[in-house]
Ligand binder design. Sequence first.
Ligand SMILES: Nc1nc2c(c(=O)[nH]1)N[C@H]1C(S)=C(S)[C@@H](COP(=O)(O)OP(=O)(O)OC[C@H]3O[C@@H](n4cnc5c(=O)[nH]c(N)nc54)[C@H](O)[C@@H]3O)O[C@H]1N2
Ligand SMILES: Nc1nc2c(c(=O)[nH]1)N[C@H]1C(S)=C(S)[C@@H](COP(=O)(O)OP(=O)(O)OC[C@H]3O[C@@H](n4cnc5c(=O)[nH]c(N)nc54)[C@H](O)[C@@H]3O)O[C@H]1N2
Ligand code: SF4
Ligand SMILES: [Mo]
Length: 738
Amino acid sequence: MAKLPVSSEQLIADFGPHKNYPPREGFVGRDEPDEVVKTHCCFCGMQCGIKLLVKNNRVVGFDPWEEFPFNEGRLCPKGVQRYLQNNHPDRLLHPFGRVEGAGFRPLGWDAALDRTVAEIRRIQAEHGPHAFAMLSGVSLTNEKSYLVGKFARLALKTRNLDYNGRLCMVSAGAGNKKAFGLDRASNTYADLAHAEVIMICGTNVSETFPTLTHWIWQARDNGAKLIVVDPRLTPIARTADLHLPIRPGRDSALYGAILHQLVKHDWLDHDFIAQHTSGFAEATAAVKDYDLTWAEQTTGIDAAKIMRAAEMWGRAKTSFLLHARGIEHHSKGVENVVSCINLVLATGRIGKPYCGYGTITGQGNGQGGREHGHKCDQLPGNRDIENPEHRAHIARVWNVPEPEIPHKGLTAYEIIEAIHRGEIRGMISICFNPVVSLPNNNYVREAFEKLEHYTAIDFFLNETARHADIVLPGSLHEEEDGTVTTAEGRVVRIRRAVTPPGEARTDTDILLELARRLGAGDKFEFKTSEEIFTELRYASQGGTADYFGITYEKIEKNMGVFWPCPTLDHPGTPRLWEDRKFATPDGKAHFNPVSYRDPGEITDAEYPVILTTGRVVSQYLSGTQTRRIGKLVDQYPEPLLEIHPTLAARYNIHDREVVRVVTRRGAAEFPAQLVETIRTDTVFIPYHWPGRKSANQLTSGHLDPVSKIPEFKVCAARLEPLGHPEPVGDARTAFASP
Ligand SMILES: Nc1nc2c(c(=O)[nH]1)N[C@H]1C(S)=C(S)[C@@H](COP(=O)(O)OP(=O)(O)OC[C@H]3O[C@@H](n4cnc5c(=O)[nH]c(N)nc54)[C@H](O)[C@@H]3O)O[C@H]1N2
Ligand SMILES: Nc1nc2c(c(=O)[nH]1)N[C@H]1C(S)=C(S)[C@@H](COP(=O)(O)OP(=O)(O)OC[C@H]3O[C@@H](n4cnc5c(=O)[nH]c(N)nc54)[C@H](O)[C@@H]3O)O[C@H]1N2
Ligand code: SF4
Ligand SMILES: [Mo]
């Protein structure tokens, strides 16, 4: 029988905190806190330092942490509201179990854990160990990411573990490894401040990484030129010297055409290319026909602007290239990434002051979370799960025979497909909301309805957890100690400010207890997060992401340590490649040839408009957290369809009128927002909402063949104006806190 969702409102009405616990008041005013805890924001990869104010075991406010070197006290709209989650009435306070036909009922921990373990055993006995899968997320600390990887491999004994970075960082990770042999931004953002040219490709930094813009303004004050590549004239693009309004899905054509011009005008660093790189001839051969006429036709950008970009980049002495999901969320995300890196290598501008390159990490621990082994193909230290030496090293650290470590499993979206095929029957998830965040999500929801057993660990009942059999109340960011690694590669300390409320437990306690009940307790005898970190250090030792020389004490003393940090007396590595020894087998940086190919879905007569998706400043990811914070909801209450007046006029669409957007996957309705800041062939929808407001009802399941990232940034759509404004009083404030 299909597992139909149980609503959060119903759960709160039946078993809300007021029934069992004294009311948890919200912000109680700025009287003297009991404690001030220096930690970091729970949201994006900038990991801004913040001081949390604690009173009576509750977070009641914040203060800027001005000494923390990256953000120096600055915070964005999400950062200053984050603490409001701590007292939210929707907080899960005890385990719940599904009672068919009656929704969720509270359960004791023993009963909830026993039921999960019994179902794991039953499903694995009937269908083999890999029929039970695990999904994880990189809002988790390094310690928890490491623990999840070990838990899935040694306690659950499944190879099918993957994580939400599959929707985020994997194209960048694969591209970085191909080019440099190591996956991290090459410099700290302080190097931006003195770069002559900054090129920003497919990232809306002012909304998605607001505190990063400080370093870009520093560069502007110092005379830097700014190039922005985005189909939308984003806030940062409005300040740029050059905005290249690319047709979505065409980035590798643009960077290929720029490389063509660098060669043609000899804007190249021949010494660097000869001594420190390989593959230059193949990479330039691949773009020999990419002249300006072809490039203009393919990318939709004026030839003159492309030429200007090539000249600005080519003639500069120092430069920094940044990109994020706008070029990575593609069925050729890896090709887009390496075609950007080719420009950096051709001009030799890396590993020197004010010269660098970086993919901007998305989630809070998007960097560390992609290093410590909760990807389906990875072991800690960014090791390869199929490499015999790497497996042997981890087997030694885990004290198990090497064959006990499962081999490579399926990626996130492939796990969904395997559920549909009946190969995967059970699931445990932590820190992931795939029913909102995966593409083509009606198909994803049907998979969760099919599962024989599903346990979810979260602090809120997210939309996927509503399909669960068991819900285990886990911990918020401020309820556990640990470390995360910022977008710059700086490992910082997350400090526990409060303990979990009610019967909620820390994520770590839940995983350790499950491991014990699965009979693997001897491999999981950790008493503190620091003990997990110590094992992680050994596990990462000698890997490309080497944390061996990092300790909690050292982080404390230096306000963070940059990996690689191979020995205890090593200071860490803020700027990579100064020694010109790249982490590839031959020690050289690799050019990669890229021949342009079209995105997985292109427009045609039936679906003539390009649909792209992304973010707005006040909402975060699947919205589970930010849709519960009233002030953020007020700022952007519901998804709007951004459309250019020219395109709108073609369909007789007026501002705020509802438009039905149809793709090959389905249809959804959004009020139109007429803006002159988007291409006339493209519409944009932010994806932070569930159900009928979800952009992912429309997106395609096309994956990059190497990274398996979904193509969130391009699909083909048809617009059907409904000719009336949005009815009042719909879902807009559904989750707002009082
Ligand atoms: N406010 C807020 N901040 C966040 C998040 C959030 O949810 N909300 N999430 C965090 C996470 S996990 C991530 S991954 C990052 C994402 O950070 P970004 O990558 O900056 O965010 P997106 O909005 O996904 O996409 C960025 C831009 O890509 C453009 N774009 C679309 N298609 C193309 C294309 O084909 N080529 C190019 N060049 N550009 C294109 C879009 O117009 C958009 O402006 O943000 C992090 N920060
Ligand atoms: N159409 C479209 N879809 C997209 C994207 C896009 O640009 N367009 N972007 C993609 C990207 S880049 C990303 S990163 C994904 C994100 O997609 P998801 O990872 O599904 O999004 P989150 O909202 O982070 O969901 C995480 C869940 O983890 C919980 N959580 C957070 N911290 C913790 C913790 O410490 N412990 C526990 N136990 N739970 C925690 C939250 O409450 C939430 O329910 O979405 C992807 N989907
Ligand atoms: S920029 Fe990112 S880390 Fe900093 S306050 Fe905003 S959401 Fe938090
Ligand atoms: Mo992301």
